[in-house]
Every structure is written in C-alpha cells, then in structure tokens.
Design a protein around this ligand. Structure first.
Ligand SMILES: Cc1cc2nc3c(=O)[nH]c(=O)nc-3n(C[C@H](O)[C@H](O)[C@H](O)COP(=O)(O)OP(=O)(O)OC[C@H]3O[C@@H](n4cnc5c(N)ncnc54)[C@H](O)[C@@H]3O)c2cc1C
Length: 389
C-alpha cells in the first residue's frame, strides 16, 4: 500500500481488459489498486455487477475483416505464452480457426486482404476440400473457408483472467473485490467510493467495467449493450472423438444468420460441450436494470431456436444431443473498435469488445495502461460520447 492510502492508478473492473491493464501497470512498477468483484456463485439472486467472460472458451484468431482487430489480436496472441509461463496457468488451446462463408460475401475478401497485408497464415478451401478435411461439418456447395493454423483456436477466458491477476498481484498490485459505485474528480485526483462504504484516492483511474461502464459516468459513452444467448450441446464419448479435430468456427451462411462455434471443451461440471452463439443479436439492453435482469433471468425462445437449428444444420450428428442455454451480454461501440482514451484529466476507459474482445484483451489492456501515462493511441480507438439530439 502507498503512503496515505493514495495510489498512482486504479483499474476499475478486473475482467479481461482490466486484469491485463493491471498486469502491465504493475510490471512498470506503478502503485496500482484493482477493483475486481468475484464471479457470482448464483446468478439469479446476484444483486451486483456481471461480466462478459464467465465461460470456458472464447475463439482466438488473427483473421479479421478489420486490420485494427487483426493487429490487436496478433499482439495479444504473441504474449499468451509469456503470460502462461509467468503465471503457471494454461489458458491457450491452439487448434485452428475456420471462417466459413458464402463464397461471394464481401467479408470473405476483406479477411483475405487484411491477412495478406499483415502476414496472417491461412488456407483458402472450397466446399469439397472442407468436407474432405472435416467430414462432420455440413458445408453448402456455395461456401468457402479460410482456415487459420495454430496459434488460432480458443482461450479459456476465466483462466486468462486468473493468469493476468496472478501476474499483476506478483508485481504488488492491490486487489479489492469490491464494486465501485461513485467517482468524483478534482484537478489532481479521483475519489472512489465502493458499495461496501470504503473510499480511496488515486491520481488516475482506468474504467474497464464492460457492460456496466456508463453506470459510473456522468457523461455516458455511445455504447450499445447487447444481450446474447449461447447454446451448449452435450457430447457423448463417441462425439468427442468424432469432433476432436473441429476448429473454432465463424459461420456467415447465405441466409444471413451469423453464428460462431467452439470445438469440444470440457466444462467444470465434468461434461464436454460444443458451444454455439448467434452473432447478430438485436436485443439491446437500455438500462443498468435491464442489463442485470438479462444476466439473471434472460431467455429468448426465438434465438434459442435459431441457435439450435444452426448448430444441427452445420453439425448434423448433434441433432439428438441434450442442449442447454445461457445468457450473456457484450458491449458494442459505434466505431466497431474498442474505445481506449482519456475522458477527462484523470479518468480513462478501455471498453467495447464488440463481441470479440477476449482474444485481444492483453493488447487492449496494455493500451489502457499507456493512456494513463499520457501516451496517445491510434485515433481510431478514440471514445465517442453519447450525444443527445
Ligand atoms: C456469449 C459471448 C461470447 C463471446 N465470444 C467471444 C469469442 O469467441 N472471442 C472473443 O475474442 N471474444 C468473445 N466475446 C467477447 C469477450 O468476452 C468480451 O469482449 C470481453 O469479455 C470484454 O472484456 P471486458 O474486460 O471489457 O469486460 P468483462 O470481461 O465483462 O469485465 C468487466 C469487469 O468489470 C467488472 N465491473 C463492472 N462494473 C464494476 C464496478 N462498478 N466496480 C467494479 N468492477 C466492475 C465486472 O465484474 C467484470 O469482471 C464473447 C462475449 C460473449 C458475451
């Protein structure tokens, strides 16, 4: 602890971006306070905040239609090994990643162009070669795939956060499992109040509070919080074997319903599941109350059916498997890029994973750490404030 209970920096939100920011600041020798509430044990009765990373698998890849996202991912992926080694916690599962799309779709060519410009390895495969390599997938004749080799695959987001926190704590970062409910700023410092009634003062604050960010800001950011659903198909031993070479997949079929799938992953209940999510959810959560209620009890039969039909269509052998559903939410920005920047003299943000920030979280956290030290970042990451007409 610093003298007079005063810190150089506070990071509020110890999820994917905040735990990374805390590690980077700690590595640079700063006096850092990290507010990181624990994952709720029981969602339906939980009164506090939630996170977008309560799961065991998130796709990791460098292929992307957008060069900023591709670069953020590449820089993060390059440090996975270092973080695993320093923490002793494994979170990276290198397998492969498949971008599967209707053959004339623009995003296929955008992915190819970005990959070529940034030396991302991939094979372009037609439906025949895809079916030959992955006979468990039902590929339409007019589809093509971009197959990215390891280190693409998936990361375990809970394990990645644990690894970042372990490294951060080893540098002397102080961890508080408290929820922050108030910030007040003077010219030289920020006072932080928590729901437990404690108060702290720091020179600068980085907000990495995901879906809850606007709850702490007097002038809100232009963020869209989307409630999403994921479906888990439980696998028999035979199916685990049959799908053992399955890559992580993003699917853009001709009918327009985008989905993403994770290969067989063992969950804490001891069972192995294939997970599917529907990419283009339109469910916007408009208030803090709606966000918390969605995490507690959200459900949408229409989206469940889309996810169910999509997974069975792509992997027909799953049609008789037991399935269950879970809710989540993510933070989208109006630019499509994360918002990383200072909002005032002493308060900055690193938010807006847009549904795919997990894989790039170490670099987003690192950039969040740099803005507190008055460095500038790419102006395409500049936060946009909500303007009222
Ligand atoms: C269903 C789903 C699937 C996804 N799949 C992928 C994928 O395959 N690949 C990928 O790269 N990304 C994926 N993502 C996106 C990825 O999980 C997010 O981009 C990432 O978690 C964002 O990190 P974050 O740190 O901004 O937010 P979070 O991980 O949500 O962390 C925010 C933290 O802030 C804390 N917090 C909030 N308010 C307060 C407060 N007032 N005081 C203190 N702490 C607070 C919370 O406790 C939380 O831990 C997916 C997201 C969802 C929902």
């Amino acid at each position: 602890m610093s003298q007079n209970n005063h810190y150089d920096f506070a990071v509020i939100g110890g999820g994917m971006f905040g735990s990374a920011a805390a590690r980077h600041l700690g590595n640079q020798g700063y006096n850092v306070l990290l507010f990181a509430p624990k994952e709720p044990l029981e969602r339906t009765s939980h009164e506090g905040v939630f996170a977008s990373h309560y799961d065991e698998a998130r796709i990791t890849r460098m292929l992307d239609a957008d060069e900023i996202w591709s670069n953020l991912a590449a820089r993060s992926i390059n440090r996975y090994e270092e973080i695993q080694k320093a923490s002793g916690i494994n979170f990276h599962h290198p397998s492969k990643y498949l971008f599967l799309a209707q053959k004339d779709i623009d995003s296929l060519y955008e992915n190819i162009n970005v990959a070529k410009a940034h030396d991302v390895n991939f094979d372009l495969l037609d439906s025949f070669s895809l079916t030959e390599r992955m006979p468990f997938l039902h590929i339409a004749e007019d589809e093509k795939g971009l197959l990215e080799p390891p280190p693409a695959g998936y990361v375990n987001p809970r394990a990645l956060v644990r690894a970042q926190l372990k490294c951060a704590l080893a540098t002397g970062v102080r961890l508080e499992n408290q929820v922050v409910n108030g910030l007040s700023e003077t010219n030289t410092e920020v006072k932080i109040k928590t729901t437990s009634g404690n108060q702290y003062s720091v020179s600068k604050v980085l907000l990495t509070t995901g879906v809850h960010t606007n709850h702490l800001l007097d002038s809100p950011l232009d963020l869209i919080i989307k409630g999403t659903m994921v479906v888990f198909a439980k696998l028999s031993d035979d199916l685990i074997e049959q799908l053992s070479t399955m890559p992580s997949i993003s699917h853009r079929p001709a009918n327009g319903i985008n989905t993403y799938l994770l290969p067989p992953v063992k969950y804490p209940d001891g069972y192995t599941y294939v997970k599917i999510g529907v990419g283009n959810s339109q469910r916007i959560l408009n208030s803090e109350k709606e966000i918390r209620e969605w995490f507690r009890y959200g459900a949408d039969d229409h989206e469940k059916n889309i996810a169910h039909d999509s997974i069975v269509n792509l992997i027909p052998s799953l049609h008789n498997q037991p399935m269950h559903f879970e809710t989540c939410a993510h933070t989208e920005t109006t630019t499509g890029h994360p918002y990383i920047g200072m909002l005032s003299n002493n308060i900055g943000v690193a938010v807006g994973g847009n549904g795919y920030g997990a894989k790039s979280s170490d670099e987003i956290g690192r950039l969040g750490a740099t803005i507190l030290q008055e460095e500038t970042v790419d102006n395409r990451l500049t936060p946009c404030l909500l303007t009222t007409a």
